[in-house]
Write a protein that binds this ligand. Structure first.
Ligand code: PSU
Ligand code: MN
Length: 305
């Protein structure tokens, strides 16, 4: 019944067949987002948090050309160790990676695609891609936004980093009819900070409200997903002046070096990390934990509807 290129891990398949809650997790965050061994420790801890909050985790990746929904510990360890050597896989990379039997770390885009193929509705991550600063001339707009416009998966994130043009990112999502929800806030969180200066469409305050909204979107036959932006817990949020200085410097450096295409986001993320050191890594880990817990509670509420 599944697509012939897709492997759904037995525990995940059993949960889905029984109508139990499942949460998808991405793998670019493991291979490209954090250094080893913190990436593997974080990925395994995130899976535990999903379980503690009542859902089955399904970390998603491409291994040996197979689309994987649900990884073993060994597979997570393998991806974490391989790190940047694994291809960052967005929508346009899938056919070649699968045809050649290669590995791929899934971005928000491909995690949504594979989650949907497996029948998983809720996905937790850190930050999404968006419209880059200067996109009016570079046209650098993440495929993540297009996927949100077309694929029926709820993405729980901590907003987007200010490496992007957050205002244009919101405009793009509005044009494509993607509901942007603030969880307990009316402002778009900016990943490391709880505020960004940009408002969101709606504030919802409980997992039940999120689940109901997603169900209505399905029942109405609307295409596309929902973006839930969940602010980083206050105790882990960073000083906006410190993080924004690092981001401005990273963006300026990327322009000087002429970085473009799929390298742009990883370059900016690595530069910001280099400039802010361990503090940003700690924040990054805790916001992912926070999103995993909310996604699991929302998946549990959705399973009851
Ligand atoms: N933004 C972050 N952290 C990330 C990413 C983006 O703050 O890890 C990753 C995600 O996997 C996201 C991808 O889907 O980068 C977007 O890449 P691009 O801008 O090339 O579409
Ligand atoms: Mn891009």
């Amino acid at each position: 019944m599944y697509n012939s290129y897709l492997d759904v891990n037995p525990e995940v398949a059993a949960a889905l067949a029984a109508g139990k809650p499942v949460v998808a997790l991405e793998s670019t965050i493991i291979s490209h987002g954090m250094p080893y061994p913190q990436n593997v420790e974080t990925a395994l801890a995130v899976e535990n948090i999903v379980r503690e909050n009542g859902a089955v985790p399904a970390t998603i990746a491409i291994l040996g050309g197979r689309l994987k929904a649900g990884l073993t510990k060994d597979e997570i360890e393998y991806l974490g160790k391989a790190g940047q050597k694994v291809t960052k896989a967005s929508r346009r990379d899938l056919p070649v990676l699968v045809a050649k039997g290669m590995d791929g770390a899934t971005t928000v885009t491909t995690t949504m695609m594979i989650a949907h193929m497996a029948g998983i509705s809720i996905f937790a991550t850190g930050g999404i891609g968006g419209v880059h600063r200067g996109a009016e001339t570079t046209m650098d707009i993440s495929a993540d936004l297009e996927e949100l416009a077309n694929t029926p998966v709820m993405v729980v994130c901590a907003g987007a980093k200010a490496i992007l043009d957050l205002g244009l990112t919101l405009e793009y999502l509005e044009t494509h009819g993607v509901p942007v929800i603030g969880y307990g806030t009316k402002e778009l969180p900016a990943f490391y900070t709880r505020t960004s200066g940009f408002g969101v469409d709606y504030e919802l305050d409980t997992p039940e409200e999120l689940a109901k909204t997603f169900k209505v979107q399905r029942d109405l036959g609307l295409k596309g997903g929902i973006l839930v932006t969940n602010p980083i817990p206050a105790e882990y949020s960073m000083d906006p002046a410190v993080i924004n200085r690092a981001i401005d410097e990273a963006v300026a450096q990327s322009v000087l070096e002429g970085v473009h295409g799929k390298a742009a986001t990883p370059y900016l993320l690595a530069k910001v990390k280099e400039l802010t050191g361990g503090e940003s890594l700690e924040s990054n880990i805790h916001l992912v934990f926070n999103n995993a817990a909310l996604a699991a509670k929302t998946a549990a509420a959705y399973a009851k509807l």
